[in-house]
Each structure stands twice: as structure tokens, then as C-alpha cells.
Write a protein that binds this ligand. Structure first.
Ligand SMILES: Nc1ncnc2c1ncn2[C@@H]1O[C@H](COP(=O)(O)OP(=O)(O)OP(=O)(O)O)[C@@H](O)[C@H]1O
Length: 213
């Protein structure tokens, strides 16, 4: 399996926030997406999920970004945990397992969630909710993981466990793009985003040039 991202760019709010990103990934490889706040890491991840209109193209084994075939190959975790707070931890995972066909108990076990399987998800701590959200990844059994700061709220031990799970995913031929500010201790290839070239500004306007302050 091979991912080709070819000059993907994106505008948000009428402003160009992502400029012509190109990269390739082979089966078993992962990228650590880096760069300062606001440079476009989340935008690129969301764009590759098909959630934002883009210029350029991306293909995963010939399946084009935006097609249903592409969507069937990706698993996404964003800043929100995407859990159902009135269901218990176990019910959340069984719901996802019913959709994807994975093993809910194995996912509970893998993410150290078995001791709180009967707790309503809405009553979990931030780190517990994050682990529950991440557990969907292994249930989905999809090859390309698009992860936006997956370890936020995780303690050191659960960050290590998540690193092991991601490593296993890559070992079996998965692919991953991970926006992260921390070192996960894995052999992820760094890809540093830089801001898109700025639109020309009116040099005489202090409110645009920044000379005001
Ligand atoms: N909904 C939106 N509408 C307009 N502009 C947005 C929107 N969301 C984000 N942006 C802008 O897009 C740019 C890239 O934001 P993005 O969230 O992708 O950055 P990031 O690299 O993930 O940042 P961080 O490290 O802080 O998470 C920023 O300048 C931001 O202001």
C-alpha cells in the first residue's frame, strides 16, 4: 500500500492556511507532522480525511482522496474524543465493533480500559476518554491512521502503551500520519510544515503590516 500526497493546499475562512504539501508513505511507515502552532497540521489531517476542500491530489493505492473507497481506508482521531457520553466505556466500544467488526474486548484490554468498562463515558477523566477515543482505531482495522495530537491528556505509561499500539499497526503494514508536539519514541519520519507564502500586503497599512504595535 502506498500513499501519495501531491501539492495538497487548503483555504480556510478565505485565507490560504496550507500550501502545497507533498509527501509519500509506504506500507509500514509513519510520519510525525511537526511545526509551530497554527502552521496547518490539523488542517492537513482534516483535509486528508476529506473534511475540507483542497487543491492538489492524494491517492492511497489508487483510491482518490474524496472518494468512498478512500474513506473506507482511513481512521481519524481529532481533538475531540468522539465518544457517546451516556453509554458506558464498554458499550461505546461494542457500538463501534458492531460497525467495524473488530473485537471490543481486545480493544478494551489493549487500551487498559477493562477496569472501567462499566463506567459511563461521560464520567471518565480526560485521559480515560482519550484512551476510549483511541481504542476505536484498533477496531476500525483500517490501514491509514490520521491522528491529530493523539496523546493529549495521556499520562507517561499510557503514552508508552499508545506508542506500542501504533508501532504494531506499522509492523503489520499500516501507515500513519501523526500531528504531535512530543516524541513518541518511534521511528516516525519527521515532516515539518512551513507556513504558505503570505499574500502581498499593503505596505502602507499599519493594521496589516504589524507596525501598529
Ligand atoms: N475554522 C477555521 N476557519 C478559518 N481559519 C481556521 C479555522 N481553523 C483553523 N484556521 C486557521 O488555519 C491555520 C492552521 O490551523 P491548524 O489548526 O491547522 O494549525 P495547527 O498546526 O494544527 O496548530 P496547533 O499546533 O496549534 O494545533 C491557523 O492559522 C488557524 O487560524
Amino acid at each position: 500500500m502506498k500513499l501519495i500526497v501531491d501539492r495538497i493546499g487548503c483555504e480556510r475562512g478565505g485565507r490560504r492556511v496550507l500550501g502545497d504539501v507533498s509527501l509519500t508513505l509506504q506500507a509500514g511507515q509513519g510520519i510525525a507532522l511537526r511545526g509551530p502552532n497554527g502552521v496547518g497540521k490539523s488542517t492537513l489531517i482534516r483535509a486528508l480525511c476529506g473534511l475540507l476542500p483542497v487543491t492538489g491530489r492524494a491517492e492511497l493505492d489508487g483510491r482518490k482522496l474524496g472518494s468512498d473507497e478512500w474513506t473506507d481506508l482511513i481512521a481519524y482521531t481529532g481533538h475531540r474524543d468522539a465518544i457517546k457520553s451516556v453509554l458506558t466505556v464498554g458499550e461505546n466500544l461494542r457500538f463501534w465493533a458492531a460497525l467495524h467488526g473488530g473485537d471490543a474486548n481486545a480493544a478494551l484490554d489493549r487500551f487498559d480500559l477493562m477496569p472501567i468498562a462499566d463506567r459511563p463515558a461521560g464520567l471518565c477523566s480526560a485521559g480515560q476518554k482519550r484512551r476510549l477515543g483511541l481504542a476505536r482505531l484498533v477496531l476500525s482495522r483500517r490501514p491509514l491512521w490520521l491522528l491529530d495530537e493523539p496523546t493529549v491528556s495521556l499520562d507517561a505509561e499510557h503514552t508508552r502503551i499508545f506508542g506500542d499500539i501504533l508501532s504494531t499497526h506499522l509492523d503489520v503494514g499500516g501507515l500513519a500520519i501523526v500531528a504531535t508536539h512530543i516524541d513518541l519514541g518511534l521511528a516516525l519520519r519527521p515532516h515539518v510544515l512551513t507556513p504558505p507564502s503570505a499574500a502581498p500586503e499593503d505596505a502602507s497599512d499599519p493594521f496589516l503590516t504589524g507596525d501598529y504595535l
